[in-house]
Write a protein that binds this ligand. Structure first.
Ligand SMILES: CC(C)(COP(=O)(O)OP(=O)(O)OC[C@H]1O[C@@H](n2cnc3c(N)ncnc32)[C@H](O)[C@@H]1OP(=O)(O)O)[C@@H](O)C(=O)NCCC(=O)NCCS
Length: 178
């Protein structure tokens, strides 16, 4: 399994992967929604505000992950991990955790300080995320499941309180994702 940043040529396969994985795990409508999110992230996000990595085996994309910029008033380098998917036939083999860890170390080497995500705490705690209170870091939108607001520092063990508003990229600026 090789991990690398995506290129323009990978875009269609990445959108197809997110569409089919989420359709299988959560139904057709969710597949369409997250496929569209992947496409919007690729098409509407400035290259300085987006990292997309893929896991490749035998020329096939087995998994993909997005990190997009969160803007805080204090200017800290922060990104949000969302979404991530592993091919439905290859889940539960460690690919997802390896892909996340690859992304986190790539972001760390590029000077990113904090990574947030919004998802299942049981899964994301395996790769270093822990719950973040709203008072410590505000999410860009009201959260339907506040217990899913998670983060980790890439610099040390503690997450500093980030006061003020937080803004996400255009593709994620839809209340339905939160
Ligand atoms: C979630 C996902 C990316 C994990 O990738 P993966 O390669 O299957 O996961 P790994 O093999 O690295 O890790 C498996 C571990 O995570 C747990 N896990 C996997 N998916 C989980 C989920 N949705 N919720 C909670 N735990 C989960 C497994 O129980 C397993 O735990 P164990 O190691 O203690 O047995 C993948 O299953 C997937 O694409 N799922 C559908 C889409 C999705 O839910 N994406 C995440 C939200 S954006």
């Amino acid at each position: 399994m090789a991990f690398r940043g995506h290129t323009q040529n990978d875009s269609q396969a990445i959108v197809s992967l997110f569409t089919s994985v989420f359709a299988q795990s959560e139904g057709e409508a969710e597949g369409t929604l997250i496929g569209q999110l992947a496409q919007d992230l690729l098409e509407k996000t400035d290259e300085h505000d987006l990292y997309c990595f893929i896991a490749v085996q035998s020329n096939q994309i087995m998994g993909s992950i997005f990190f997009s910029r969160l803007d805080f008033e204090n200017g800290i380098e922060a990104f949000i991990l969302a979404p991530v998917a592993v091919h439905s036939d290859h889940q539960g083999q460690g690919i997802g955790q390896a892909l996340i860890n690859h992304g986190l170390s790539a972001l760390k080497s590029r000077g990113v300080s904090v990574v947030l995500t919004y998802g299942d705490p049981g899964f994301y705690q395996k790769v270093g995320f822990r719950s973040i209170a709203h008072a410590v870091i505000k999410a860009p939108f009201a959260l339907s499941q506040p217990e899913g607001w998670l983060g980790q520092s890439l610099l040390d063990d503690s997450i500093e309180t980030l006061s003020g508003q937080c803004a996400c990229v255009a593709a994620l600026s839809e209340p339905k994702y939160w």
